[in-house]
Write a protein of this length. Structure first.
Length: 512
């Protein structure tokens, strides 16, 4: 008898003998799970699909033919007008806590999982259409997406990938020739999203709410096989799975914090089991540093403010641990032992997060070794930045020059309302730098402190131009800049500097 944690068994991909067809080579393991894990349905065709952007680099990584994807037939697949050979379209079922309130059934209300492909490096990825029409989980929605949110996710997810953050990615954006009605009529679009998988904390919550322990076990076995094979031989594989998810989420949120990224909607249905950033709605990169910063127009209480993101992640992981309890009871023998095991796993989140964050802060400050007082030095800088409304990204980037010598202080001082506040900190920083060799320090700092992020006012300007003037040049230019975030590139100052007061973006919107 095979182990419940044995390797994934791929389905045979259907063949298409047409030499002009798009060959994905789908292998659809999720479709082999029980039927109540999803709904089977095809995408709803659109009126006039038109390719806006194809991610050729990602397509090649996935082993796909870029010319075929950009062809008329390829665009029809990317729009949902044609189902590719071997695809088994599914809308996934899941639940979720949304701003703390539990919704027992959410699911893919405007997305269709076409299938899975195995990339050139052997990794397995989902190919999903977002904005592909209503599903049984749409809850009265139209199942469509507007061009603005599609391009926002394209820009920000590709920027995150270039910054080295685990993330879903954008394979293509296609306009539909139709309009979607939100506050006003907007041009419709479909995003083709690539993810390690679309398993969420909310996927486990969906079955936990139904007290379907067998479904939780099947899903956990699937998650182990797909994402955490090292957990399979463990004495307590489900506890090992929980440990793995907690570790990846701690690392992920630390990376967000080190870049000034604010997700905006850290609901449990937006928390990926694989440890990727997923569902870019009202996301934003902070400019003036402050831990209370919120951009999302729907986060009225600041639940998912920048500084609250680690707490939100731990809260979400606690909900995952609750869903896992029936499995942990079986492993531990009784409920008290299972609860103790879950709490032990959750207790590891904060030290893991802090270790990852402080290690990252040391790298950002050019510190190659760990010494007592480093954490205090980093926190002191952040407190001074908050008091002086210093730009997060520019402060750390300009510190790269300051690390080479005091003459570089001029650029950093200019970011502080009270330059003397920076000077006091810089004196302590230089004393600390003198305690270790400084060869190649500035270069090492530039490799972790980006020059470019998708600044909110530039993103909004690009989306506005695309939606209302059919001008994609600002989108293309911004995408090019943020795809190489760590390079010094001449004549691109407007992409690296904060918005002027009159152009500052204080709120971002889901617009779904």
């Amino acid at each position: 008898m095979s182990s419940p944690h044995s390797s994934l068994t791929a389905s045979a991909a259907a063949s298409d003998l047409d030499p002009h067809s798009v060959r994905f080579g789908f292998e659809n393991t999720y479709a082999r799970l029980p039927e109540h894990f999803y709904a089977r349905l095809d995408p709803i065709p659109v009126a006039a699909p038109h390719l806006v952007k194809l991610n050729a680099e990602l397509a090649r990584k996935l082993g796909l033919d870029t010319d075929a994807l950009a062809s008329e037939r390829g665009v029809e697949i990317l729009a949902g007008n044609r189902v590719a050979a071997g695809a088994e379209p599914l809308a996934l079922a899941y639940a979720g806590h949304q701003f703390g309130y539990f919704v027992p059934q959410l699911g893919d209300g405007r997305a269709i999982l076409l299938g899975e492909v195995v990339a050139r490096d052997g990794a397995r990825y989902d190919i999903q259409l977002k904005g592909s029409g209503p599903t049984p989980f749409s809850r009265g929605g139209d199942g469509r997406a507007a061009l603005g949110p599609v391009l926002r996710e394209y820009i920000v997810s590709e920027a995150m990938a270039a910054l080295g953050v685990p993330t879903t990615r954008a394979l293509a954006a296609v306009t539909t020739g139709e309009q979607v009605l939100r506050e006003t009529a907007l041009p419709g679009a479909v995003l083709t999203r690539v993810a390690a998988s679309h398993l969420r904390v909310g996927t486990f919550q969906y079955f936990a709410a139904q007290r379907d322990t067998e479904a939780i076990r099947r899903l956990a076995d699937y998650a182990i096989a797909r994402h955490y094979p090292e957990a399979a031989p463990a004495k307590q594989p489900y506890r090992a799975l929980l440990d793995g998810v907690i570790a990846r989420q701690a690392q992920l949120v630390a990376q967000w914090m080190l870049l000034g990224f604010i997700h905006g909607v850290m609901n449990t249905d937006n928390t990926s089991i694989s440890g990727e950033t997923i569902d870019y709605g009202p996301c934003a990169f902070m400019e003036a540093y402050h831990p209370d910063t919120v951009f999302s127009s729907i986060d009225l209480q600041g639940r998912y403010a920048y500084g609250n993101q680690p707490l939100a992640a731990l809260w979400n992981l606690t909900r995952l641990a609750e869903a896992f309890l029936p499995l942990l009871v079986q492993e531990m023998g009784n409920e008290p032992a299972a609860v103790a095991s879950a709490n032990e796993a959750l207790a590891a989140f904060q030290p893991r997060f802090e270790a990852a964050r402080y290690a990252g802060l040391r790298r950002k400050l050019g510190l190659f070794t760990e010494l007592k007082g480093d954490a205090e030095l980093a926190e002191d800088l952040l407190e001074r930045m908050a008091a002086n409304r210093a730009d997060f990204t520019l402060t750390f980037r300009r510190l790269c020059d300051a690390a080479a010598g005091p003459e570089g202080d001029v650029g950093v001082r200019a970011l502080f309302a009270d330059p003397d506040s920076y000077d006091a900190w810089a004196s302590a920083w230089r004393l600390r730098l003198n305690e270790e060799p400084g060869e190649a320090r500035a270069a090492a700092m530039r490799a972790v402190n980006p020059a470019f992020i998708p600044r909110n006012h530039l993103v909004e300007a690009a989306l506005h131009a695309a939606m209302w003037r059919q001008d994609l040049q600002p989108f293309e230019q911004l995408l090019d800049v943020v795809s190489r975030p760590y390079e010094d590139r001449p004549n691109l100052e407007r992409y690296s500097t904060p918005a002027r007061p009159e152009g500052y973006v204080s709120q971002t919107f889901c617009a779904t």
